[in-house]
Design a protein around this ligand. Structure first.
Ligand code: SAM
Ligand code: DTB
Ligand code: SF4
Length: 348
């Protein structure tokens, strides 16, 4: 039995009004320890027990873990650019870029190097520290990878951290990305393994884990998270977090996306998630992955400022900045600057 499982079963059985300081101590102990990651394991039940805490207790735990590991008022800022939009062969049920769904997204060719560099300079001037390049591919073909390697090298030379999300990687491709100067590779697990098959059929969960292993093996930082609000259960939300938190080394960066519902995709029309459940998910990610940057990702445009502030309080410490994600909207840069000023947050 995992060391922490016994402790959290106490939490689940507790009367609601009692503050469980023993559990806080246990979770803080995990958060502060820099022992090998295999001791920091979480069962799905333990994570569900976190979700079931009274909201204020959960926030207190998350904020305490957050403060033990990070500057609580600093938020890392990444800007995203879709370097290859639409026409994707995959069937991810949430995605407006899948060719098979009838959405307003058109199939466009790979962007030209100069245009990517102009966008990167703009992102840098706006205060972003990392520039993420996304492509609507199942995975990169060698002839597609070559120009992307050049983009990575040149963006890096501008003094920005580089991130790419290009789909599944084949043997040898992670090495090429590393040699080009890639700092982060984003590849999401998306959801719990049990729910996964309801959302995607053209690639398996294991395919995703294999790509993440390739990224790890060449020492590129891992950025991996998922999407909340796709109709999954709370147990399945906890299951996704368990997958991430129990990796031998949890991802350095964990994007938590709220499903952006796009007309024409199979998940359009899914029942909307209660914002508090989304905040709870952020808090549980913070507690279970104390040293990772937790990114409040897609879905911010539809959130009130108060919900976003709760997400920061719950331990989110990274965002995508700039009015577009890949194909959908994100808050205006000026609006985010105002929000940071109101909350006393400074960009990292
Ligand atoms: N094609 C590559 C892949 O799938 O790995 C890279 C780009 S893909 C669009 C990156 C991630 O964006 C997906 O794994 C998914 O988690 C997220 N995403 C896509 N559409 C979304 C939506 N409608 N709402 C929230 N997140 C979304
Ligand atoms: C991630 O987890 N979220 C970003 C990034 N990684 C690539 C993408 C969100 C996409 C939202 C839908 C769109 O704009 O097309
Ligand atoms: Fe293609 Fe990526 Fe969209 Fe899936 S998430 S359809 S792989 S662009």
């Amino acid at each position: 039995m995992l060391e922490s499982a016994t402790k959290s079963s106490t939490v689940a059985a507790m009367p609601e009004a009692v503050v469980d300081t023993s559990n806080l101590t246990a979770n803080l102990g995990k958060a502060c320890s820099h022992e090998h990651a295999t001791v920091n394991r979480w069962s799905v039940d333990e994570i569900v027990a976190l979700f079931e805490l009274p909201f204020s207790d959960l926030m207190y735990q998350a904020q305490t873990v957050h403060r033990a590991n990070f500057d609580p008022n600093a938020v890392q800022v990444s800007t995203l650019l879709s370097i290859k939009t639409g026409g994707c062969s995959e069937d991810c049920g949430y995605c407006p870029q899948a060719a098979r769904y009838h959405t307003e997204v058109e199939n466009e060719p790979l962007m030209k190097l100069d245009d990517v560099l102009t966008a990167a300079q703009e992102a840098k001037d706006n205060g972003a520290s990392r520039f993420c390049m996304g492509a609507a591919w199942r995975g990169p073909k060698q002839r597609d990878l070559e120009p992307v390697l050049k983009m990575i090298a040149e963006v890096k030379a501008m003094g920005l951290e580089t991130c790419a999300t290009l789909g599944m990687l084949k043997e040898g491709q992670a090495e090429q990305l590393k040699d080009a100067g890639l700092d982060y590779y984003n590849h999401n697990l998306d959801t719990d393994p049990e729910y996964y098959g309801d959302v995607i059929s053209t690639r398996t969960y294991q395919d995703r884990l294999d790509t993440l292993d390739r990224v790890r093996s060449v020492d590129i930082n891992v950025c991996s998270g998922g999407i909340i609000g796709m109709g999954e259960s709370r147990n399945q939300r906890a299951g996704l977090l368990a997958q991430l938190a129990n990796m031998e080394r949890p991802p350095e960066s964990v994007p938590i996306n709220l499903l952006t519902q796009v007309e024409g995709t199979p998940l359009h029309g899914t029942e909307e998630l209660d914002p508090f459940e989304f905040v709870r998910t952020i808090a549980a990610a913070r507690i279970t992955m104390p040293n990772s940057f937790v990114r409040l990702s897609a879905g911010r445009q539809g959130m009130t400022e108060s919900t976003q502030a709760l997400c920061f309080l719950a331990g989110a410490n990274s965002i995508f900045y700039g009015e577009k994600l890949l194909t959908t909207g994100n808050p205006e840069a000026a609006t985010d600057k105002q929000l940071f000023a109101k909350l006393g947050i400074h960009p990292l």
